[in-house]
Design a protein around this ligand. Structure first.
Ligand code: ADP
Length: 584
């Protein structure tokens, strides 16, 4: 380390110097980081410039939460940590919801924030944007580190990379005070402080006895079921998963972000008979899926009383978090599923024909109902009719990525739009968070170069809508479809009481022309009133390979309060069911 005097001159006058900014860039590059998502400002503006100059792509956002969401989605898609860069204080705080969301979803990301002078912050002397960022980040991250000396930058980055992707992935916060970024160091000595993390997410093999136990539980079951979660999608173990599903013959249910691991048209998919599959299964193999609220915590009556659970997870602490796990399989999904494949090859499992027939009958009935709904053509349009048009276009574009958020826009799109390829669907995930839309869409376009279609409720779109400017600035192949029913849930609620002319709390502007946002920034805008207008706008928008927004005008009376989560809404849970289904 230096030997730099207070004036910044090196002790050896001829020594070549580098500084903290450059070392962060060098350390990220050494660890394969190709893109940084962020917003510049004090003290990290030069970090973004240097990153760009040295060949890292820098994508500049309009709000840090979206930049963080993009980094998280990049982590999910690539299984390498996505990097978000923010300023100190408020910029840092804006990044935190995304960091927390990444951690909740088990997506690897690193939020790097510049911070104020420690001596000022710790004595609360009132520095510019001062905040004890390290302490603030800790509860929201898998881990939080601060780099206090220029010679620790390589170590800090290596630690962040290792922590983000190893074991259960998650969000890591890396705090770098501005004065550390500005510190100088002799370049030759600095090189030795940077290293590339070797095998950042090592395989974890399951115990052979654990594999035998799991196969026994599944083989003894009369109605076995596999549940694939987004951990299974993240693991990029597509072939091992498909082999096990097909070799065992066990019906499977994909969680929303696991759709496409096997094509949704696969004959073993029980997605169209989801409630029956859950209610009747007597042994359930969970692969990268947690028994959290999204699976009713594994409780009866949603699940059959006495159902046995087999769980594959890299985090042993996840097991028994909700239900007893009869056969724990701790390890990485690729290794565990390969071991399970080998085990069923040696001891085949036979799935009873009554079980597959029972599920098949329910699937046919539900598929017929879905077809009827999609065939309706009401004026104004409702969710199903719009989604039917989107489904058709996406079926013809299987490599397009689908981003999806909203209440009804999410619940219904998940059921209507089939996925054919793994990791092509990104949505609100474990938290059901709104505002991920544009950040996820930008990351999907940047990381894959493929077309992206974001299907957004009009309320959900509002949380990150300004990022349409980012999409236009980088000319990304993103089409945003705003399902505009003019409200949170729906747009036809009358204001209560003496509120004068104020709209009801759930009401937005049903006449809003969201497509004009795209036009304002040089993208294309479309307005669709019918499924056929929507279909042709979407075909044209995808073919343009550029940015577009389609405002899709829906009936303000379409939609139900809280979407499929009425049971979690204390007010609607108490209301008679008819009130909930009135919106269709
Ligand atoms: P979903 O919401 O789709 O049900 P979750 O996010 O609840 O999925 O579950 C994902 C699970 O996958 C987490 O418990 C996480 O620990 C686990 N996981 C993530 N990556 C791996 C991996 N490579 N191998 C094994 N388990 C993994």
């Amino acid at each position: 380390m230096t030997t730099v005097s207070a004036s910044g001159t090196p002790a050896t006058p001829s020594a070549r110097l580098t500084d903290g900014f450059q070392l962060v860039v060098d350390a990220l590059k050494a660890n394969g980081v190709e893109t940084i998502y962020g917003i510049v400002g004090i003290p990290i503006t030069d970090l973004a410039r240097r990153a760009q100059a040295s060949g890292i792509r820098y994508i500049g956002f309009r709000q840090e939460t979206s930049a963080g969401n993009a980094a998280a989605a990049a982590g999910f898609l690539t299984a390498r940590p996505g990097v978000c860069l923010t300023t100190s204080g408020p910029g840092f705080l804006n990044g935190l919801p995304a960091l927390a969301n990444a951690t909740a979803n088990c997506f690897p990301m690193i939020q790097i924030s510049g911070s104020s002078n420690r001596a000022m912050v710790d004595l609360q002397r009132g520095d510019y944007q001062d905040l004890d960022q390290l302490s603030a980040a800790r509860p929201f991250a898998k881990a939080a580190y601060r780099i206090g000396r220029v010679e620790d930058i390589g170590r800090g980055v290596a630690r962040a990379v290792r922590t983000a992707v190893s074991g259960r992935p998650g969000g890591v916060y890396l705090d770098i005070p501005g004065d550390v970024l500005g510190q100088a160091m002799e370049a030759a000595a600095a090189d030795a402080t940077i290293w590339r993390v070797v095998d950042p997410a090592p395989r974890q093999l399951p115990e052979p006895e654990a594999v035998r136990r799991a196969v026994r539980v599944l083989a003894e079951a009369r109605r076995p079921l596999i549940v694939l979660g987004k951990g299974a999608a993240y693991a990029q173990a597509d072939e091992a998963i498909r082999n096990f599903v097909e070799r065992s013959g066990i019906p499977y249910l994909p969680m929303s972000m696991a759709k496409g691991l096997l094509p949704d048209s696969h004959p073993q998919s029980a997605a169209a008979a989801r409630s029956l599959a859950i209610a009747r299964a007597d042994a359930v193999l969970l692969v990268g899926a947690r028994l959290n609220w999204l699976l009713g915590h594994g409780d009866s009556p949603q699940w059959a009383p006495g159902a046995k659970f087999v769980q594959v997870d890299i985090a042993a602490s996840e097991l028994d978090s909700n239900q007893p796990i009869a056969a724990p399989l701790v390890g990485d999904i690729a290794s565990v599923m390969t071991a399970l494949c080998d085990a069923v090859a040696a001891h085949p499992i036979t799935v009873a024909a009554e079980w597959t027939t029972e599920l098949g009958d329910r699937k046919s009935r539900n598929d017929a109902t879905m077809r009827e709904r999609l065939a309706e053509n009401p004026h104004p349009m409702r969710f199903y009719n719009a989604l039917g048009a989107i489904r058709e276009v996406l079926q013809a574009n299987p490599d397009a990525y689908l981003v999806n958020e909203g209440a009804n826009a999410l619940d219904l799109a998940r059921n209507v739009i089939d996925m054919q390829l793994p990791r092509h669907r990104l949505d609100t995930g474990t938290w059901g968070v709104m505002g991920i839309g544009m950040g996820y869409a930008i990351a999907a376009a940047v990381e894959t170069g493929k077309p992206v279609v974001a299907v957004e409720g009009d309320s959900a779109f509002g949380f990150s809508g300004m990022e349409v400017e980012t999409i236009c600035r980088y000319r990304l192949p993103v089409t945003v479809v705003v399902l505009n029913n003019g409200g949170v849930y729906r747009g036809d609620e009358a204001a209560a009481g003496a509120s004068g002319s104020d709209p009801a709390p759930t009401v937005l502007n049903a006449h809003a022309r969201h497509e004009l946002i795209a036009q304002a920034f040089g993208g294309k805008g479309y307005h669709a009133n019918t499924p056929s207008e929507l279909r042709s706008a979407l075909v044209e928008a995808i073919a343009s390979q550029g940015p577009s927004v389609i405002d899709c005008q829906l009936d303000p009376a379409a939609g139900v309060e809280s979407g499929h989560l009425a049971g979690l809404n204390p007010a609607s849970a108490a209301a008679p069911p008819a009130a909930l289904s009135a919106g269709g």
